[in-house]
Design a protein. Structure first.
Ligand SMILES: [Zn+2]
Length: 225
């Protein structure tokens, strides 16, 4: 049983997002996190949540602000299902190509939307396309925001129209602390949903358990102290 404790921190920052931070306790066994970028999108969101619930998988969703505004029902469904949420910008533009003030506004607006929908944890940031300027990266670090990192991204290596290929790639390359990045809200949603049971069964056989991204990031931070 994993234990999490919530501590209240008095963090003052220009984004004025949240005052709660979740600290994860180290857990037994091999950990792996599933992270979903983009959306929410009606249809795929419901299928994905149902599949994750059936498989008892805790996951992490990086949502786009303007999509949260379009689809509040799906946004709340993800939050109510207890998954971790992250900030994937407001309009899904490359933050590295924006003036710093505009890039900050993209992050801040999406933070406020997460808060508006009742999400109380401090969001990890996933910059669209993985692009971020050094300036913004430094600023986010100063403000104690974590920027998402991952080591497994099947779409760069396999034919995403084949659920077995998605599952095989993840199962064969997974290691303790791996973070898998998937984009079912953008493309190949049905295939990713179909791949999940294949991934879950095989990884559990290998002694993995699924955790939220924060549990891997926080454990790594503790190790480096
Ligand atoms: Zn994206």
């Amino acid at each position: 049983m994993q234990q999490m404790r919530i501590i209240i921190t008095a963090i003052s920052n220009i984004f004025l997002c949240f005052s709660l931070t979740v600290i994860a306790q180290p857990s037994e066994g091999k950990r792996i996190a599933l992270a979903f970028g983009d959306g929410p999108v009606p249809g795929v969101t419901e299928l994905l949540l149902k599949q994750l619930d059936t498989l008892q998988i805790d996951a992490t969703f990086f949502l786009v602000g303007q999509e949260m505004e379009r689809f509040p029902k799906q946004t709340r469904a993800i939050i109510n299902a207890g998954h971790q949420l992250g900030n994937h910008g407001y309009s899904h533009v490359s933050l590295a190509n924006l003036p710093l003030s505009s890039a900050k506004a993209e992050i801040k607006k999406t933070c406020k939307l997460l808060q508006h929908h009742g999400y109380r944890e401090r969001p990890t940031i996933l910059p669209p396309f993985g692009n971020i300027s050094k300036e913004l990266g430094n600023l986010l670090a100063e403000q104690k925001f974590q920027v998402a990192q991952w080591d497994l991204e099947p779409r760069r290596h396999v034919d995403m129209s084949k659920p077995e290929a998605i599952a095989d790639y993840i199962v064969q390359n997974a290691k303790d602390g791996s973070v898998v990045m998937l984009h079912p809200m953008h493309e190949h949603g049905a295939e990713v949903v179909t791949a999940l049971p294949l991934i879950s069964v095989q990884l559990k056989e290998q002694g993995f358990h699924f955790v939220r991204l924060a549990q891997i990031i926080d454990a790594d931070s503790n190790e480096s102290l």
